[in-house]
Design a protein around this ligand. Structure first.
Ligand SMILES: [Fe+2]
Ligand SMILES: [Fe+2]
Length: 252
């Protein structure tokens, strides 16, 4: 198996974002305009999540259906927003910048940025004993873990975000074979390439971090894991190649 790709001339990453490592939140101003707020105010974050829950009854139903006690885990939110989600956003914007115009044409760059920063927001409602379990999850726990993308979507649904942002959050665990979650059903998607970018960036970021059940993978090891998914038809080769170029420039 080879990870070789043609030698690249200098690539301009103008437009790629490097976001400060601080926590953030989606806020809505008096005119209903949505913006991302950075800061470390956990109380504010907690009250914003409470407000999101209050605005959308579907969230309580979901929690009830999966017998999850409603509690907001701001520690998780803080860790995710300053680490994994921030990193996923940096990678996604890099991959977007490298992709050809013909492939990224239908993607709203602002939506991609917002969604990659917010993709795991739903984990704020997943019990920490499941999130931090130092072993493989059982079937029931896996089911609960897998609703985090739907929970994130439902939390953000009332926040005046674009439909593309919401779609990218909801389907960041979907793939080209449609074998991910949640099920696609008859959805008319705005951007499958956008989903691919958030998804591959999310996976690469996660693989490059240590987890309670495994060590941090090297850049090459992480790319090999994703290469397997390209061969399985889950990841578009062009998106993978853009990630390889990103990794060569920024992650060696
Ligand atoms: Fe996720
Ligand atoms: Fe993630």
């Amino acid at each position: 198996m080879s990870l070789a790709y043609p030698k690249q001339k200098k690539i301009s990453l103008r437009g790629a974002v490097q976001i400060n490592r601080s926590s953030f939140f989606v806020c809505t101003d008096e005119q209903g305009k949505t913006f991302l707020k950075t800061g470390k105010d956990e109380k504010l974050q907690k009250s914003l999540v409470k407000d999101m829950i209050a605005k959308n009854p579907a969230i309580k139903s979901l929690l009830k259906q999966y017998k999850i006690k409603p509690s907001i885990n701001t520690k998780t939110l803080k860790e995710l927003s300053s680490g994994h989600m921030n990193e996923t956003c940096n990678i996604a914007m890099g991959v977007y910048s490298i992709l050809s115009e013909s492939l990224r044409g239908g993607i709203d760059r602002a939506a991609l940025k917002e969604a990659s920063m917010l993709h795991d927001l739903g984990k704020v409602l997943i019990p920490s004993k499941i999130l931090n379990k130092p072993a493989r999850l059982n079937v029931k726990e896996r089911e609960i873990m897998n609703i985090h993308s739907t929970l994130g979507y439902e939390l953000l649904k009332t926040q005046n975000l674009s439909s593309q942002t919401l779609e990218l959050v909801k389907y960041h665990h979907q793939n080209l074979k449609h074998s991910g979650y949640p099920a696609l059903e008859d959805e008319n998607l705005n951007s499958f390439i956008g989903i691919q970018i958030v998804s591959i960036s999310d996976k690469y970021s996660a693989l490059r971090e240590a987890r309670v059940y495994r060590r941090k993978l090297s850049c090459l090891e992480a790319l090999l894991v994703l290469y397997k998914e390209v061969r399985e038809g889950k990841i578009l080769p062009e998106v993978y190649n853009a990630l390889v170029k990103y990794a060569e420039m920024f992650d060696r």
